[in-house]
Ligand binder design. Structure first.
Ligand SMILES: [Zn+2]
Length: 99
């Protein structure tokens, strides 16, 4: 089980949270200008790294706020939790360089 640090509530067990996919997905601004392929890519295509992954989580059984987690997909190591809009954790960026 993971121990996740909510930026507002502190460390809690994984069962209090829900996972909502990849973080840092840039929203399409002019969707009417996108081709079908670009639209499908925006809606459905996500990275699936073997290593550091930036994920969006929600503290469902707590403050109910959204935030991001940088986590290693193989070891489960969490490099940091951070509020949406904040910079990625330095430890995660360092780990990515070693991949
Ligand atoms: Zn919380």
């Amino acid at each position: 089980m993971l121990l996740i640090n909510c930026p507002w509530c502190g460390a809690r067990e994984q069962t209090e949270f829900s996972y909502h996919g990849e973080a840092h997905i840039v929203r399409a601004k002019k969707t009417e200008a996108l081709s079908d392929e670009e639209w499908a890519d925006y809606l459905f295509m996500r990275t699936n790294p073997k290593g550091v992954h930036y994920e969006r989580w929600m503290h469902v059984f707590g403050c109910r706020r959204w935030f991001n987690v940088a986590r290693h997909t193989v070891t489960g190591e969490i490099y940091g939790s951070y509020q949406i809009g904040d910079d990625k954790p330095a430890a995660a960026l360092e780990a990515q360089k070693k991949q």
